[in-house]
Design a protein around this ligand. Structure first.
Ligand code: KG4
Ligand code: ZN
Length: 355
């Protein structure tokens, strides 16, 4: 469906995100303009455990969500009653974490008489590309690589998604986090490997690039993760010193080669003219550079969100929710968290019980 942005330039949507370890809220005007973007990161709560602890995440969201939403509205100079809709992530993610945002959004919507729109977190990541690319319109292809997901998606229209490839095992971000832990860099792994890799030689260690027989575009990162662990073990057994920067750089190169290689193959095969990246891993400096170069070689227009809109945020949920709202989707009081929600699925997001 075509959406006329100029007809909807005054639309105001509050976006709320609480699917993992960020409590975030944002006010979006006219589908794409960010009036505020408040993110409370729980990194400090989880660092001591070396990863996200679901119960601690839920409690952290409960403690912060009120303040974060109030701040987002106040920085935008708006009140809750000014909102045309409240968009909230309802899946995929950690069930307890998601429930905090969903319950909070429904309560706000009910109290203020504002419609609630349930948003798919992965679709939110994809829609982050609309923020800094005002002229971007579907169709385009997008690689979404985050801590829990790695998908290659064809965005065929607003709110319309066709999955072309997925990971068979670990997500790209998960591989970054596990390898970071193994080489002693700790949590959160992605940004730490990104920085460490700058000091290393990406060609120093030969790590595998997995191919999946059934679908040549699919990803698989568990073999790579095992190869890194085996390499570390064999160094230890031989009493050799481990060069952390070289391991980080070589591992990162293997992930980047795979993500870029499969994406460019799919984009070329399908005659794609616009390619975007999204999700936490899309903030990786080496991945961004590689995509820029490879897209430019093939005459494909390349788009990526600013790093702050790659990792979890409320703005991307507000943007995705604005389009869902204009497409006519509304959620009801029966909106629930759906931890394993697929891309393009509106399971449970369509109103049954009115707010
Ligand atoms: O999208 P996101 O914030 O949350 C999920 O939806 O999962 O992504 C988080 C993931 C983590 O695995 C994190 O290590 C990874 O994105 N990440 C990165 C970078 N920044 C975050 N991976 C590689 N390089 C980065 N600079
Ligand atoms: Zn995410």
């Amino acid at each position: 469906m075509n959406i006329n942005l100029s007809e909807n330039k005054d639309l105001l949507v509050l976006g709320i995100e609480s699917s993992c370890d960020e409590t975030a809220a944002s006010v979006i005007k006219g589908c794409r303009e960010v009036l505020s973007n408040v993110i409370y990161s729980q990194i400090d709560l989880h660092t001591v455990y070396g990863g996200v602890v679901p119960e601690i995440a839920s409690r952290g969201h409960i403690e912060k969500i009120g303040t974060v939403v109030k701040q987002a509205l106040s920085e935008a100079g708006k009140s809750l009653e000014d909102m045309d809709a409240i968009a909230v992530t309802y899946g995929p993610g950690l069930v307890g974490a998601l429930l905090v945002g969903v319950a909070y959004a429904k309560a706000l919507g009910w109290a203020a008489g504002v419609p609630v729109v349930g948003v798919n977190h992965i679709e939110g990541h994809i829609c982050a590309n609309f923020i800094d690319n005002p002229l971007l319109e579907p169709p385009f292809m997008c690689l979404v690589a985050s801590g829990g997901h790695s998908h290659l998606v064809n965005v065929t229209g607003y709110g319309e998604y066709e999955i072309i490839a997925r990971t068979r095992d670990d997500a790209a971000g998960e591989a970054f986090d596990k390898v970071a832990r193994a080489i002693g860099l700790g949590y959160p792994g992605g940004p730490k490997i990104d920085r460490e890799a700058l000091k290393g030689d990406p060609d120093s260690i030969e790590f595998p690039r997995a191919k999946v027989r059934e679908n040549e575009y699919d990803f698989s990162f568990s073999g790579l993760k095992s190869a890194v662990l085996n390499y570390l073990n064999s160094c230890k057994m031989k009493g050799e010193e481990i060069n952390t920067a070289n391991v980080a750089a070589s591992f990162q190169k293997a992930v980047v080669d795979t993500l870029v290689g499969h994406s460019m193959q799919a984009a070329t095969d399908r005659g794609v003219t616009k390619f975007a990246i999204a999700g936490g891993v899309a903030s990786n400096s080496s991945l961004r550079k590689a995509f820029e170069e490879e897209c430019s070689k093939r005459g494909i227009e390349f788009m990526r969100p600013r790093p702050v809109y790659c990792t979890d945020n409320g703005a991307m949920i507000g943007v995705a929710g604005s389009y869902e709202y204009l497409l006519g989707y509304r959620s009801g009081l029966d909106l629930n968290a759906v931890p394993n929600l697929s891309i393009g699925d509106r399971k449970g997001a369509i109103k049954n019980v009115s707010l």
